[in-house]
Write a protein that binds this ligand. Structure first.
Ligand SMILES: NC(=O)c1ccc[n+]([C@@H]2O[C@H](COP(=O)([O-])OP(=O)(O)OC[C@H]3O[C@@H](n4cnc5c(N)ncnc54)[C@H](OP(=O)(O)O)[C@@H]3O)[C@@H](O)[C@H]2O)c1
Length: 340
């Protein structure tokens, strides 16, 4: 699959929730890494991360850190991507960014390799990966679109705490321990207690009453699918699940699509697996998808009052929602001759 050329890689945010998975994936997928530079802030500088049986020292992410690198993954903060991704491009490398910073920039491709691989050809040194929720959403919508066209979707997400990084996971764990000990604990990162609760807010509210996460889902979906007028109505909810975002979708197609044909279209799409057998209560859950790259889809059924289709999808937000998609973009760059 790969050319003979080995690739010099940087990972900014190598000590974070996404960065840790990304390093593991580079190993698992046998990505041709000739040099690895794990980078983070001064807080983690000097610590080590494991890679191919070695402990590799973490450096501080600075413009000079990118000299000689072919690809730099950014899995840190949006501010850092804004400041440093152009420094990678200036040095002749390609930045693959996981943050929100570049996604809606008209000159930056926003790529899900199974959906719009050709978009990478338009890069000018920076490629954006979508939000973890958007990826699970478009991976289910695209096969339906190809089978029957797409008019609109009503989307409700149930998002894991690790979508908010290491701090999100730690907040859930600390609150679960406190509850087990009969103690109260104040929310910090999330807007309300997350243990034994659900919170109809991911990130923060805008003046129009939508959350920033909801609006990302709308505009990123339109950009990736090249459907600038697609009607997507969305509610994003945080749930006390460690890993795995779930999405319930009500989809209006241009032509009626029988649930059996929808299942067939979804099954045939790369990266999607259908688990859907109501008679045996078979459906996908976040626990099924944790540690996997596939987006799992089930509960495909016709709406009782219309021709619309319901479906349920789950994806590992740290893998396909983040690290896997980023590594796939790098693989695509090799396949399409942008590296090597
Ligand atoms: N979690 C998800 O499901 C998910 C999904 C899609 C996209 N993303 C995006 O991926 C990025 C990383 O998310 P995460 O969940 O992995 O966050 P995280 O667990 O909080 O990790 C953040 C990482 O960024 C580093 N960092 C923070 N500030 C830095 C600075 N000023 N200079 C250098 N490094 C710095 C941290 O290094 P230290 O160890 O030095 O603090 C750490 O390695 C974010 O942009 C997020 O929006 C996350």
């Amino acid at each position: 699959m790969y050319r003979s050329k080995e690739v010099r890689i940087g990972v900014v945010g190598a000590t974070g929730a996404v960065g840790e998975v990304l390093l593991r994936l580079l190993e698992e997928r046998d990505f041709p890494v000739s040099e690895l530079r794990p980078l983070a802030s001064g807080r983690s500088a000097g610590s080590t991360v494991p890679f191919r049986g070695e402990a590799i020292e973490v450096g501080v992410a600075r413009p000079e850190s990118f000299e000689g690198l072919d690809v730099v993954f950014f899995a840190a903060t949006g501010e850092l991507s804004l400041e440093l991704a152009p420094e990678v491009a200036r040095r002749g490398g390609i930045a693959i960014d996981k943050s929100n910073t570049w996604r809606m920039d008209g000159s930056v491709p926003l790529v899900v390799p199974e959906v719009n691989p050709e978009a990478v050809d338009q890069h000018s040194g920076i490629i954006a990966c979508p939000n973890c929720t958007t990826i699970g959403c478009v991976m289910a919508l695209e096969p339906i679109r190809r089978a029957a066209g797409l008019k609109s979707a009503v989307v409700t997400t149930l998002q894991a705490v690790s979508g908010a990084g290491r701090d999100g996971l730690e907040e859930l764990q600390a609150q679960q321990v406190a509850l087990a000990n009969g103690e109260q604990s104040e929310p910090d990162l999330f807007a309300a207690p997350i243990a034994n609760n659900v919170i109809p807010l991911c990130e923060s509210f805008r003046d129009d009453g939508y959350s920033t996460e909801e609006v990302k889902l709308l505009f990123e979906t339109r950009k990736i699918m090249r459907l600038p007028d697609l009607d997507v109505a969305m509610t994003c909810v945080r749930v006390p699940v460690p890993v795995g975002h779930s999405i319930a979708m009500l989809i209006e197609t241009e032509r009626p699509l029988d649930p059996a044909k929808a299942r067939a279209a979804l099954s045939a799409f790369p990266g999607v697996e259908v688990i859907d057998d109501p008679a045996r209560a078979h459906f996908p859950t976040p626990a099924d998808v944790e540690g996997r790259d596939a987006v799992l889809v089930g509960r495909v059924r016709r709406d009782l009052g219309s021709d619309r289709l319901w479906l349920w999808s789950v994806s590992d937000n740290l893998r396909k929602g983040a690290a896997t998609n980023a590594v796939q973009v790098a693989e695509l760059l090799i396949e399409r001759g942008h590296i090597g």
